[in-house]
Design a protein around this ligand. Structure first.
Ligand SMILES: [Zn+2]
Ligand SMILES: [Zn+2]
Ligand SMILES: [Zn+2]
Length: 302
């Protein structure tokens, strides 16, 4: 049993070994072997450049059997004249490939290169120039390839008006997109707008516009009227009267009384002394004149 198995395994292993060694050699021999005998003898027959000169396709033909083979390879290039923003440049391109013992090469000289075109950037250390009426704005650009290349572009300005509120001033935002050769600069500036409106208080103390509540402390400030009547005359007039009217006239005496209440309106008068003095005088006068009247009455009766 074991001997048979070992023999089978050994045979299988040997077969695999033989196949793995000889099979590639057999295929390679088929590819390289010319039906006319020996190896192909390749001659490069045709060279085709791609439109952008990035690749070259070589075609080989066997001079014995006529078989044709294509090989496409990438090119290498050398710039012989650098292009500028506006002027074209030139370059040389090369390609090579080997098939069997045959090497094929190709080269092209003075292939034109497109101008690079300007590579614009905004001049940053320069403020944009706004028209007097802010309807347009002008920016200056320079070329990154060659800073001597400059350009100016003017664009229309978009106005955005932000209305004022009760407490905040309004503003006007001016902006524009200035475009030069594929480069766009966004410029903006802010101008003062309408001044703040102030609150529009209702009778209940609420702003009709924004709904704010009026501060309660503001109400007393609106009544500054105590200093309106500076009338110092009544102070002097009551004083001389008590001596002059000792005559029995009880009805006439109350008339000076209304003059007294006017005195408090005079603010600069010292209130404590002058205010009470006339009242005392008046009281003394009334008492005295009353007593005199009573005495006079008694005398007449007697
Ligand atoms: Zn051949
Ligand atoms: Zn340029
Ligand atoms: Zn308000």
């Amino acid at each position: 049993m074991t001997n048979k198995f070992h023999r089978m395994a050994a045979l299988l292993f040997a077969a695999v070994l033989v196949w793995s060694v000889f099979a590639p050699a057999a295929f390679a021999a088929d590819a390289d072997e010319c039906p006319e005998g020996g190896e192909h003898i390749w001659m490069d027959d045709d060279i085709i450049w791609s439109a952008d000169n990035m690749t070259v396709t070589f075609t080989f033909e066997c001079i014995s059997c006529g078989q044709r083979v294509e090989r496409t390879v990438s090119t290498t290039s050398e710039i012989t004249k650098w292009p500028t923003c506006t002027e074209p440049g030139t370059k040389d391109c090369f390609a090579s490939v080997q098939l069997g013992d045959t090497e094929a090469t190709a080269e092209k000289h003075n292939i034109p290169m497109q101008p690079t075109g300007h590579w614009w950037a905004l001049v940053n250390d320069e403020d944009p120039v706004w028209a007097d009426d802010d309807s347009t704005v002008t920016c200056r650009f320079f070329c990154r390839w060659d800073h001597s290349h400059t350009a100016e572009q003017t664009a229309d300005v978009v106005r955005e008006v932000q209305d004022p509120t009760c407490t905040e001033d309004g503003i006007v935002i001016l902006s524009a997109l200035v475009e030069q050769g594929g480069t766009t600069a966004a410029v903006t500036k802010t101008e003062p707008g309408e001044p703040a409106l102030g609150h529009d208080w209702s009778e209940t103390g609420v702003c009709l516009r924004c709904g704010a509540y009026a501060p309660s402390s503001s109400e007393p400030e609106d009544t500054p009227t105590p200093e309106v009547s500076p009338t110092p005359e009544p102070e002097t007039s009551p004083t001389p009267e008590p001596e002059e009217t000792p005559t029995p006239e009880p009805e006439a005496s109350p008339t000076p009384a209304p003059a007294a209440p006017q005195q408090p309106s005079g603010p600069r008068a010292p209130r404590t002394g002058d205010e009470e003095e006339p009242l005392l005088w008046l009281a003394a006068f009334l008492v005295c004149s009353g007593a005199l009247a009573v005495l006079a009455g008694r005398r007449r009766e007697q």
